[in-house]
Design a binder for this molecule. Structure first.
Ligand code: SAH
Length: 377
């Protein structure tokens, strides 16, 4: 698609696009309609859409409404629940943004035992959850054998539940073993699809090509796979966000996690500004238009930045929430960023609170496994 240059309005000082041009309202509507109908917009076109939605609150609302309507047409006004178990905050990696990075020696490190993990699952099962998400830092203690034992036991006890892993980069054979043991889904945010920007967020041992290789392996093995990125980390431009959308279009993941960057104490980015709610909503909405059937969480980070953030995420096209099942005693130590919400609540309180929030904005809760539309068991 080419956007007619004659309709471009004056550049706004509040945006930082290299092209510097914003779209008129009719051109913006035309562009997002094209996106919805599956047109492969190129990076400069996506940059213009992002810049225009940033500069114009009314057009941003329209974009979010379109994304919300699209979600309604595909999944209805249902929000899927995933019970999140943060089972270890040990991490071998040193991502510059992350509060539990290896180099942060102020973190009180913990690991849950198999027994603790299973009692978290049991608490979640009793609350009605049929998906468990096991997330951790890259903790070498949890060898493949140990992970397989955990997955098999959960699968054995809760055969009606989906098991989602979020434990970082592994080789293909490990992903295959976890899958064969009963894991169904895997979350691995790509973090940034632009190599130069990826390198600004990670130490040189970590490399975008390997992260992408992991994602393609996960898709190929048959996992329902989640990619994703933060909005507003240091150095991020509208071009980078456009590249993230293009990468999502190539990969066609089943899930996409998008949350604002929030600074974490005792990290290299501790004093950097947080990402914005508005920019996060724009990216949630554009992701919905790009991948109409994606499962997109209204993230805890968005709820931590704004007390109505998760509700706003749902109104911009998200359709998943991930209430926390981690034992309350460990919650505060899984601090990816400062100011994380729900660190003091019992699992049951989280359930009631989130349910109220969902209903308050006109959605129903859905406690089924909530598989992607294309999933065939
Ligand atoms: N070790 C796993 C899980 C990482 S934590 C893995 O590598 O996939 C899950 C996600 O939290 C990360 O992918 C990152 O996008 C997000 N995150 C980490 N630090 C953050 C911060 N300071 N602000 C917002 N999100 C953050």
């Amino acid at each position: 698609m080419s956007l007619p240059a004659t309709h471009l309005s004056a550049p706004s000082p509040s945006t930082s696009t290299r092209s510097g041009s914003l779209l008129s309202a009719p051109d913006f509507l035309h562009a997002i309609t094209e996106l919805t109908s599956g047109s492969a917009l190129d990076a400069p076109e996506l940059v213009q859409i992002i810049a225009t939605a940033r500069a114009d609150g009314e057009l941003r609302e329209t974009l979010c409404q379109m994304a919300s309507d699209l979600r309604d047409r595909i999944y209805g006004r249902r929000v899927f629940f995933r019970g999140l178990i943060e089972f270890s905050n040990y991490c071998a990696n040193d991502c510059f943004y992350c509060g539990i990075r290896a180099g942060n020696n102020t973190v009180n490190r913990y690991r849950l035992s198999l027994e603790d993990i299973l009692s978290s699952c049991q608490a979640g099962y009793e609350l009605g959850y049929r998906t468990f998400v096991l997330q951790s830092g890259e903790d070498p203690y949890f060898t493949d054998d140990r992970m397989v034992a955990i997955i098999q036991e959960i699968h054995h006890r809760y055969p009606d539940c989906a098991i989602t892993l979020s434990i970082g980069e592994k080789d293909r054979a490990s992903y295959q073993r976890f899958f064969d043991a009963g894991a169904n889904r895997y979350l691995l945010r790509h973090e940034s699809a632009t190599p130069e920007h990826y390198a600004m967020l990670h130490p040189s041992e970590l490399d975008l090509l390997n992260r992408k290789r992991c994602l393609y392996d996960l898709m190929d093995i048959g996992y329902q796979t989640g990619a994703g990125f933060m909005v507003g980390p240091p150095g991020q431009t509208a071009e980078h966000l456009a590249n993230d959308l293009i990468f999502l279009r190539e990969l066609q993941p089943h899930m996409v996690g998008i949350g604002p960057f929030l600074p974490a104490s005792n990290t290299p980015f501790a004093t950097e500004p947080a990402g914005s709610v508005e920019d996060t909503l724009i990216m949630v909405a554009l992701t919905r238009l790009t991948l109409p059937a994606a499962l997109i969480p209204a993230t805890t980070a968005l709820g931590s930045l704004d007390h109505k953030g998760r509700e706003k995420g749902l109104k911009a096209g998200a359709n998943v929430v991930m209430p926390n099942l981690t034992p309350t005693i460990n919650r505060k130590d899984y601090s990816l960023y400062d100011g994380k919400i729900c660190t003091g609540d019992e699992a049951a309180e989280c359930r009631v609170c989130i349910e109220g929030r969902i209903r308050s904005v006109g959605f129903d809760i859905d406690l089924s496994r909530g598989d992607h539309l294309t999933y065939n068991p």
